[in-house]
Write a protein that binds this ligand. Structure first.
Ligand SMILES: [Zn+2]
Length: 179
């Protein structure tokens, strides 16, 4: 589908930033990434439905070092490792990343478990790629339904027939995020 392909290219062009300049100028980037664009993430999901909303804000930390603050939200469909049925997984992530220059010595910070995560400053940082990384790092290793709420194969098949319920939930979530 050529139109979809064009859309994906457009999205990726919009999400490339000069990370240090972005932090210095305290810029902000908001957007929505369709799960279909997050190819690496799809390996962990039962389907590519839905999208992920993000906000990236540039700024400085208390020590005046350049940072990127990320907020990520959405609803993903993981696979329950007990019943193999689809599992709604609400995504709500926030993280602050410290920008460091290539080869920069992090000194004592490197051993401090409380220290912020670091990423290398990049003139062409792909925010979509970064967000996908953050999501992948945050996913549970073995997602499961709550005890007693796993579905039999039969009820899982029935549930397949009621897909609109999942869409309604997603729509409600989108509405809740004010977009
Ligand atoms: Zn289950």
């Amino acid at each position: 589908m050529p139109q979809k392909y064009y859309h994906a290219r457009l999205m990726s062009a919009q999400t490339v930033i000069d990370s240090l300049e972005f932090a210095r100028a305290a810029q902000e980037l908001r957007g929505r990434l369709p799960v279909t664009n997050l190819v690496r993430l799809q390996d962990c999901l039962v389907d590519a439905d839905g999208s992920v909303d993000f906000v990236v804000k540039g700024g400085r930390d208390a020590e005046r070092r350049p940072i990127l603050a990320l907020e990520i939200s959405g609803l993903l469909h993981l696979q329950c490792q007990r019943c193999l049925g689809p599992l709604d997984y609400p995504l709500q992530l926030s993280n602050t990343l410290l920008l460091v220059r290539r080869g920069e010595d992090l000194g004592a910070d490197a051993d401090d478990p409380e220290a912020a995560d670091c990423i290398e400053a990049d003139l062409a940082l792909d925010v979509a790629f970064l967000i996908e990384d953050e999501i992948l790092l945050s996913l549970p290793f073995a997602p499961r339904h709550a005890d007693g709420s796993c579905q039999s194969v039969l009820s899982a098949m029935r549930r397949e027939g009621s897909a609109p319920a999942a869409f309604a939930k997603l729509a409600a979530l989108k509405k809740g995020s004010g977009q």
